[in-house]
Design a binder for this molecule. Structure first.
Ligand SMILES: *Cc1c(COP(=O)(O)O)cnc(C)c1O
Length: 462
């Protein structure tokens, strides 16, 4: 039996041949720190009579595990089998190959980010997407910032600083992550003027609220909830017509903002950015990583004079996007020039448009695989289920899908299963429904990778 005094020193461990791999892979400093940490915990364990790793081999091995765990990124790729295609907590849109390649290329090399190659003079970063945005939306001008929250903040600050911003009471949304319209107004320096009621707002309500202090009328597309029953809202087109006789601009926050008619891909129709622009809004804002299927970004399109004013706002500089995202944005927008091939190139749209029969067939192929891996303690069945777009988009519309439902003997075995799936080299995230774990296969591309991965599954207690 070894005593504390018999434990090897950090110095002797470092000099040992067994630690050469440790030093090479993680560096001398990190190896030293890890060995010291393991030795400390071994000493603690021995003092309190707990079983402890005492051989040199065990100590080195423990240091290796410690360093490897620390080295692993927490920002890991995973299998999103939640059935929520644009899951905010799982990074929303997965980028197209074109966007990935464009980003890598500007990461690697110096880039004409703000340099006009025709004149040799200073250029503007918006120039890379301005024309695309105008072509795809019919707007006179456009710009891009960090995300749609930033777009809304910047527009309100530009158009309504120390002035009033009029919004319908039915559209004072919270979209999660502490983004509440009334709070954003305060931070933008605008004074909120609520009009109408929760369920009904009329054109006359807006008109009655307009004074010489009004900076903007804001219309918010309420993706993430629906008011039903005895309701009335003023559509963008009507509101723009009503405002035409005043000098007050209409700003339309579209939220998800699609650039194509989704009905074309078998999905429910949603108003497009082009329609909002054609309806006469002075400014339309929308996200880059929701239905558009690009990187996180906030687009602002609209009338030239208003965009120019927004671009002159010093806050714009604080909200701008970097070259990596700009490259991804440009490449994503370019895909929209060919709507026929969009669904095959843009993962978001490809997944949303995936036929249920195709997903069902995949579920039938994977059922026996999972049943074999998960022994007698679990029952694996194919099932029909419903996917959602996510990110607050079309929340009440579900998309028929298919997947696997796994049930255990009890809640403990279900917890063990979800934990084991999260612990895989590529974590698998499903959703728990009715005491079962549902794996909606809509977004599963890499079937063979998934099969290989689940074959390494090791469930504690099973
Ligand atoms: C999602 C959303 C936002 C915020 O967009 P982000 O790109 O997530 O910052 C703002 N307004 C509406 C209506 C939205 O749906």
């Amino acid at each position: 039996m070894r005593t504390l005094r018999d434990l090897p020193s950090v110095g002797s461990l470092l000099a040992a041949a067994e630690t050469s791999q440790l030093r090479e892979r993680f560096g001398r400093q990190a190896a030293t720190d890890a060995l010291r940490a393991v030795l400390n915990s071994v000493r603690q364990d021995m003092k309190s009579g707990r079983p402890a790793a005492r051989s040199e081999k065990d100590i080195v091995q423990n240091a290796f595990v410690l360093l490897e765990r620390r080295d692993q990124s927490t920002l890991r790729p995973l299998f999103n089998l939640t059935g929520i295609v644009l899951h905010t907590n799982l990074g929303r849109a997965v980028l197209s190959q074109a966007a990935i390649e464009a980003s890598i290329s500007v990461m690697r090399d110096a880039t004409a980010l703000e340099f006009d190659l025709d004149t040799g003079k200073r250029g503007e970063r918006d120039d890379h997407v301005r024309e695309l945005l105008c072509d795809l939306t019919g707007a006179e001008d456009g710009t891009v910032v960090n995300n749609n929250a930033a777009a809304v903040l910047l527009c309100l600050n530009t158009l309504a600083l120390d002035r009033e911003a009029i919004v319908s009471r039915g559209e004072l949304i919270e979209i999660g992550g502490a983004f509440r319209m009334p709070d954003i107004m305060v931070r933008a320096g605008a004074m909120l003027v609520e009009v109408g009621t929760t369920n009904r707002t009329h054109a006359t309500d807006y008109l009655a609220a307009i004074t010489d202090r009004t900076g903007v009328v804001l219309k918010v597309h309420t993706w993430n909830y629906r008011i039903q029953g005895f309701t009335a809202e003023v559509a963008g087109g009507e509101l723009a017509t009503v405002l035409a006789d005043t000098a007050v601009p209409l700003m339309h926050d579209l939220g998800s903002g699609t650039l194509v008619d989704l009905a074309r891909y078998g999905l429910n129709r949603e108003p497009t950015v082009r329609e909002a622009v054609a309806d006469g809004a002075g400014i339309v804002t929308f996200s880059g990583d929701k239905l558009l299927g690009g990187p996180q970004a906030g687009f602002i399109v609209g009338k030239e004079a208003l965009i120019a004013k927004i671009n002159r706002n010093p806050m714009k500089r604080a909200l701008r996007v970097d070259k990596i995202r700009l490259a991804a944005i440009e490449a994503t927008l370019k895909l929209y020039r060919d709507p026929d091939r969009l669904a095959e190139r843009l993962p978001t749209l490809r997944w949303l448009a995936r036929p249920p029969a195709d997903i069902k067939a995949q579920a039938e192929r994977l059922q026996p695989v999972l049943a074999r891996v998960l022994n007698a303690n679990y029952v694996v069945e194919t099932c029909d289920c419903d996917s959602q777009v996510g990110s607050g988009a079309l929340p009440l519309d579900v998309i028929p899908s298919a997947g696997l439902v796994i049930r255990g003997r009890d809640n403990t075995s279900l917890d063990q299963l979800t934990a084991a799936l999260r612990g895989l080299r590529v974590p698998v995230i499903g959703r728990v429904v009715d005491n079962g774990l549902l794996l909606d296969l809509r977004c599963l591309d890499d079937e063979s990778g998934f099969i290989f991965l689940v074959s390494t599954l090791d469930i504690e207690g099973a």
